[in-house]
Ligand binder design. Sequence first.
Ligand SMILES: *[C@@H]1O[C@H](CO)[C@@H](O)[C@H](O)[C@H]1NC(C)=O
Ligand SMILES: *[C@@H]1O[C@H](CO)[C@@H](O)[C@H](O)[C@H]1NC(C)=O
Ligand SMILES: *[C@@H]1O[C@H](CO)[C@@H](O)[C@H](O)[C@H]1NC(C)=O
Length: 467
Amino acid sequence: MVHLLTALLLGWSVAAADAHRQAGATITVDLSKTYQTIDGFGTSQAFQRAVQMSKLPEAEQRHALDLLFSTTNGAGLTILRNGIGSSPDMSSDHMVSIAPKNPGGPTKDLIYAWDGSDNKQLWVSQEAVNTYGVKTIYADAWSAPGYMKTNGNDANGGSLCGVTGAKCSSGDWRQAYADYLVRYIQFYKESNVTITHLGFLNEPELTTSYASMRSSAQQAADFIKILHPTLQKANLTSVSIACCDAEGWSSQSGMLSGLKPVDDMLGVITSHSYTSSPTSPMNTKHPVWQTEAADLQGAWTSAWYSSGGAGEGYTWANNIYTALVNANASAYLYWVGVQAGNTNSHMIHISNGKVEASKRLWALGQWSRFVRPGAVRVGTTGSVSGVKTAGFRNVDGSVVVVLLNSGSAEVKVGVKVPSADKVKAWVTDNKRSVEELAATLGDGVVSVSVPGRAMNLRALRVVKKGV
Ligand SMILES: *[C@@H]1O[C@H](CO)[C@@H](O)[C@H](O)[C@H]1NC(C)=O
Ligand SMILES: *[C@@H]1O[C@H](CO)[C@@H](O)[C@H](O)[C@H]1NC(C)=O
Ligand SMILES: *[C@@H]1O[C@H](CO)[C@@H](O)[C@H](O)[C@H]1NC(C)=O
């Protein structure tokens, strides 16, 4: 079967005209087979990356914001991950705390010093929400302020005083940390930004020279027990608690059993992709978000495909595919959106007051522009050799099929969608970035060619009859 298909495909790239009539090349969308709900795709401007953005000339600020959030000339991202500061100052790329001074003990009132900027993250959040309609703001703390921790420092690891095994002479700071996080949400609310998701850890297995706080699953549960009722008491009942942004999928999976006692207080499970990638589902009833991934090694590249390198857009299109289809992820976030520096840790590059988008951005955009929050992943049957497929049904009833062609030759694909009556297609490859291309609909089958040579990714947006 596989051989036959391969042979047929080779034939088609020569005689393209009658390609899609071949039954073997038809993929059928099965709307009755449903998987996870998609919450969105996103990025972060934490660690003063938002400040870098704000220093651009105004027209380039707009350009950068459009590239991130616009559904017509950008990636249409739908999740913003902000860093809740813990540092006593704003030197280097520190995220300053909203209560930098030790009040003198855990039962004393925290001394808030909200600056109305939050390292310009509030500005990016307001733009995302008010200009582009982003609804999901994930606020995540890398650490508690130093005075709440065993090591007296917001950097270099240490633990939150009061969790299991973390005794401090100053006392138990868990309630104070919960109050602190709630106050942060309220400061944003006062500026008309609703934080929907709250995290209190980042890479809790890592001790490093910037904001970092160690936590086992049990220690996280010790804190969630206090954070959850604190949110309830403040009437922030719709804020989802996120945990634990572990460094990799395996380590986050390993924390799940320790979180069981507070399972009903959790909203989403969050994990990064650094020490292990999302390749299989986690054993949880909660949505699982991949909240931080990036090529941290390579020099800046804006390429789509040349050799399949770690920084290339096509690689990220595949990474997202694997997370969504194989690992049941409900969200996918690249580490940083916009920043300067010769690295791939970001998707949009600042240089000489201008911004340049990489194909990593467009890889995310090829998903995010069409697979909108609330979409449900649906089944597909049939296969085309070398083409990965994923189906989704949006809340508005439209059906999206993402096709990833890993071969170098153009492939004609037929996609059967029940009662489809309109179709549009977009492509990203070496030359194009989420660019619209023709697709035809006849006899209930959408015909598209997923171009060859470069690796290609295409989303079909099929509008069903009556919507
Ligand atoms: C928030 O929204 C209210 C009501 O629309 C408005 O009066 C107020 O000025 C807004 N505040 C900010 C900081 O945007
Ligand atoms: C929460 O809502 C209730 C009912 O609307 C109200 O009585 C209470 O004052 C609110 N509490 C806070 C902390 O806003
Ligand atoms: C996928 O995630 C959802 C929650 O988003 C969960 O209900 C479902 O059981 C998960 N499926 C698998 C196979 O783990």
